[in-house]
Design a protein around this ligand. Structure first.
Ligand SMILES: Nc1ncnc2c1ncn2[C@@H]1O[C@H](COP(=O)(O)OP(=O)(O)OP(=O)(O)O)[C@@H](O)[C@H]1O
Length: 642
């Protein structure tokens, strides 16, 4: 039942492909039909050549030049037509397949951009890559042999008709052998396909394990994990070996049978045919024609098996692809836009409540069981700022269902004010920051800019007015300038001004090429602090009306951080600033502090007020200061020792 459903679904995929590329695949099918027709005609030509040139040549000891010319022209003519059929079929089948791949890749990636971050939280990056690449490819894999298979069907019908016309007894062999080859081939592909798929998945896992080991080489070596990593690699390599041996076994069993069958058929044809010739019921040329037909049709018949055998894999691929294409939950947008150009924004958060949907979505996702490497990666989750967690105390609540991360958060920030967001690790500061730029929407409540709910704004409006700088900025493999402007046309002076404010102008001046210096993959040629300053300049060059810094200066030293924040205050920036802060000096630069604990605004006021009014805040700040003092002492010791 399940197999029938898969077959029907697979045929629907082929139908979809034919509907989407009717012209290109139509031309390919026409080429394939030409090939099928000329194959049968070629056999008839060989039969005629036997009767008109070869048999008389043996009987009379000579043949005329005119006959030879006709024979040569007929053979060359059919060969040219057959070759043309092959070229047309292959060329257009390839074009059709690659066009479908490209079109669906585009649709999937467009959908990735459209879907909200909450959807992305539930889908690991590796899976998104495989949806856009391997899954799209396996969906349309059977499209390549499809025209061939359809042409073969035409060829088989014409071949069987021509056999019946030549001799019903010889045709009987064809009626027995062709379906047998088809069935065996189908079983062959059905057995081979899952093993080949598994081997393919294991190859991907193998490179993932190797990649992870190379990527984390420093950790592997520093922690003495070389033997474990080697063992992990050996495990996946062993599984891959087994899968490949399995593929070889199946090939070894089926290939000889499929090779032998047409030869046995030819033997049967020769036995029956020679008896029929002796009885005067058949000409030698007719026997040669049928025997030749078996020789040349045996291989193309396999194309039908290739298509049918690949259908289950195509169905799995399509289910994954359509799970992305059919995913709902895009952020709804309104029509409004923000006035008050280049004036600091008013921020309002109203009883905002938020929880992450962590449960993975259903759907037929796993083809092969995940290997240890994959499950390990999936279990590892995001790396948190572990260094701070001992100072912070309160950790994230562990729960099976979606835990409430922000609960009834209400916050007003007047235009031009700087507010420090302070709270223990996991208290919801980054989540609040992502709500402000509408990476996610609150489940209840609202976020307002200048009194307008973010959900009412037109697409692109928030990015024009609000900039969020993350703790771990993403740096593109591009130049310094393009990483700051992100493709906008910005005068050099403005780029330098933004870099100066971010305290990044000095290091950029020292780079060979200055603004035009390339920064390597993910900014690999820059230090963590330099990457952070680049990201800050990227936000500042936009002159945002609301600037949200989510621990955006954690990798720069306290003195540079102080200069950055002091500079922001003094600069002629049209910005309201929200800064997630850990250092006392940073907090001191803010107009006021919002203390977040367990997803709520637990206290609000100046630093001095909170030190008195909020014991939790006081404990947290004391812990930060102790931590900072210990670090300073260690740094002093190191300095003294040196
Ligand atoms: N993508 C996610 N999926 C599920 N849970 C998440 C996700 N991101 C964060 N959380 C959880 O939400 C809670 C709040 O996380 P958040 O990153 O907002 O805290 P934070 O106060 O910024 O922490 P830190 O100071 O360590 O950066 C934590 O319990 C965290 O485990």
């Amino acid at each position: 039942m399940e197999r029938r459903a898969t077959l029907i679904e697979g045929l629907r995929i082929l139908g979809r492909a034919l509907r989407e590329e009717p012209l290109i695949l139509g031309i390919s099918i026409a080429g394939s039909a030409l090939y099928g027709l000329t194959t049968v005609v070629a056999a008839a030509v060989i039969g005629q050549v036997t009767d008109r040139a070869i048999v008389p040549a043996f009987a009379e000891g000579r043949t005329t030049a005119g006959t030879m010319w006709i024979v040569a022209l007929a053979i060359v003519g059919t060969a040219i037509l057959k070759a043309a059929g092959i070229v047309i079929r292959r060329l257009f089948a390839g074009i059709g397949q690659y066009r479908l791949n490209a079109s669906y890749r585009r649709r999937v990636t467009r959908q990735y951009l459209r879907l909200p971050l909450s959807w992305h939280h539930r889908h690991p990056a590796g899976r998104l890559l495989s949806n856009a690449n391997a899954d799209v490819e396996s969906t349309f894999w059977p499209v390549a042999p499809l025209p061939f298979a359809l042409g073969v069907v035409i060829m088989l019908i014409i071949a069987l008709v021509s056999m019946v016309l030549v001799d019903p007894w010889l045709a009987l062999v064809g009626f027995l052998v062709f379906p047998t080859i088809l069935v065996i081939n189908f079983v062959y592909q059905r057995k081979l396909s899952p093993l080949a798929t598994r081997a393919q998945a294991l190859r991907a896992d193998l490179s993932a394990v190797a990649h992870e080991s190379f990527d984390g080489a420093a950790v592997v070596k520093a922690m003495g994990r070389e033997a474990d990593e080697t063992e992990r690699f050996r495990g996946v390599a062993h599984e891959l070996r087994n899968a490949n041996v399995g593929v070889g076994r199946i090939r070894g069993a089926f290939d000889p049978v499929l090779e032998a069958l047409p030869n046995l058929a030819i033997l049967a044809v020769l036995l029956i045919g020679s008896a029929r010739i002796s009885g005067g019921d058949l000409e030698p040329g007719q026997l040669v024609q049928v025997a030749y037909l078996f020789t040349i049709t045996a291989f193309p018949i396999r194309a039908i098996g290739w298509v049918l055998g690949e259908l289950p894999r195509a169905v799995v691929g399509w289910r994954r692809v359509s799970a992305v294409l059919d995913a709902t939950g895009s952020l709804p947008y309104g029509e409004q836009h923000l006035d008050g150009a280049s004036a600091p924004a008013h921020l309002g958060v109203r009883q905002a409540r938020f929880m992450y949907e962590t449960a993975p979505e259903g759907g037929n996702y796993e083809v092969a069981p995940p290997t240890r490497a994959v499950s390990r990666q999936m279990a590892a989750g995001p790396v948190s700022a572990a260094a701070r967690s001992d100072a912070a105390g309160a950790g994230a609540a562990e729960s099976n269902g979606p835990a409430v991360v922000l609960d009834d958060v209400t916050l007003d920030v007047e235009p031009g004010r700087t507010v420090a967001i302070v709270g223990p690790t996991g208290s919801g500061k980054s989540t609040l920051a992502s709500l402000l730029v509408r990476l996610v929407d609150p489940v209840d409540g609202a976020v307002l800019i200048d009194g307008t709910d973010l959900r009412q704004l037109r697409p692109g409006e928030i990015a024009e007015s609000v900039s969020l700088v993350f703790q771990q900025p993403f740096v593109f493999e591009d130049t310094i300038r393009d990483n700051i402007t992100l493709g906008r046309d910005v005068p050099d002076d403005d780029v330098w001004a933004a870099l100066e404010l971010a305290q990044g102008d000095d290091f950029v001046r020292d780079l060979e090429g200055g603004l035009e210096a390339p920064v390597g993959e993910r900014g690999s040629t820059l230090s963590g602090g330099q990457r952070q300053r680049l990201a800050l300049a990227r936000a500042l060059v936009r002159r945002p009306r609301l600037l949200v810094l989510d621990d955006a200066t954690s990798a720069v030293d306290p003195e540079v951080e102080r200069r950055i924040l002091a500079g922001l205050r003094e600069a002629d920036l049209p910005s309201t600033v929200l800064v997630v802060a850990y250092r006392r000096a940073t907090i001191a630069l803010a107009d006021e502090v919002a203390y977040i604990d367990e997803g709520r605004v637990a206290a609000r006021g100046s630093h001095e007020e909170l030190m008195v009014a909020s014991p939790g805040y006081q404990r947290l700040i004391t812990a930060y200061e102790r931590d900072a003092a210990e670090r300073a002492a260690i740094a002093d010791d190191d300095g003294g020792a040196a």
